[in-house]
Design a protein. Structure first.
Length: 260
């Protein structure tokens, strides 16, 4: 028994020591207090009472490991997000024809390229609004099975709402991609600056155009069921430095205050 307690004590000391105090859940963001001299111009920096904080995304796929931010190591906790099993009856949306497969891979490159965008026109304070009134139908992080076969985890938030429900911009930004895509249907990406972006899938209608500047709260489209879906919903993704973070976290009241 005593031996067991000593092992626990030592292992907790070791884990404290190796994490150096920095740790967080996958899909969340971590605010790292910066020294005056650190040049972090390529990151989202938020200032409070004269102190600068770098906002760092904690990737889902680094659970149980560390990410490095300058001289700091941040440990990503392991977290069980549960799973979701869906059935898609239209098998041509699951087992793609050669044409669809070529189309889907071309589109995924276009999307990946757009998500590399880094601009400085806007700077978010990370207090996003909810983009649509509805019911959460699938949360961030769920392990996904389509027709019983395992797929990539669901790193977005699904909000179910009737077709035609208004979707608004949760934060100001610029439209950097808009179009009709195989998986995402009518789809658009907003750039909120400093590596923070958000995307909106399966829309029945898009109300904005390429390069348009959008205010927070402005209507950008309507909920639909275009692309690969089981019913009308908004599939909403939020990216920071190309890492998909949990959209549900940043719509919480006083989110920014809670992490500083
Ligand atoms: Zn989804």
């Amino acid at each position: 028994m005593i031996k067991y307690l000593i092992v626990i004590l030592i292992s907790s000391l070791v884990s404290l020591n190796i994490t150096g105090g920095y740790s967080g859940d996958p899909g969340e963001v971590y605010a790292i207090k910066l020294n005056q001299d650190e040049d972090v111009s390529s990151h989202l920096i938020i200032e409070k009472d004269g102190i600068r904080f770098a906002i760092v995304a904690l990737p889902y796929n680094k659970q149980g490991g560390f990410i490095k931010f300058y001289d700091k190591n941040i440990f990503i906790n392991n977290k069980d997000f549960g799973e979701s099993r869906i059935t898609i009856k239209n098998t041509s949306m699951v087992n793609l024809s050669p044409e669809d497969s070529i189309r889907a891979s071309k589109e995924s490159k276009i999307i990946r390229d757009a998500l590399q965008t880094f601009s400085t026109q806007y700077k978010s304070n990370l207090n996003f609004s909810n983009p649509v009134e509805g019911i959460i139908s699938s949360r961030y992080g769920k392990k996904r099975f389509i027709n019983e076969s395992p797929r990539s985890p669901h790193l977005a938030l699904d909000i179910a709402a009737p077709e035609g429900t208004k979707v608004i911009a949760p934060e100001e930004g610029k439209v950097i991609l808009v179009g009709d895509f195989f998986y995402s249907g009518n789809y658009l990406i907003l750039d909120h600056g400093y590596g923070l972006l958000s995307s909106y899938s399966h829309l029945s209608k898009i109300n904005v155009s390429m390069n348009q500047l959008i205010e927070k709260g402005e209507k950008i489209g309507e909920v639909g069921s275009t692309g690969r879906v089981t019913g009308p919903h908004l599939h909403w993704s939020v990216y920071l430095d190309n890492t998909r973070i949990n959209p549900e976290s940043i719509i919480k009241d006083n989110f920014l205050e809670s992490i500083l």
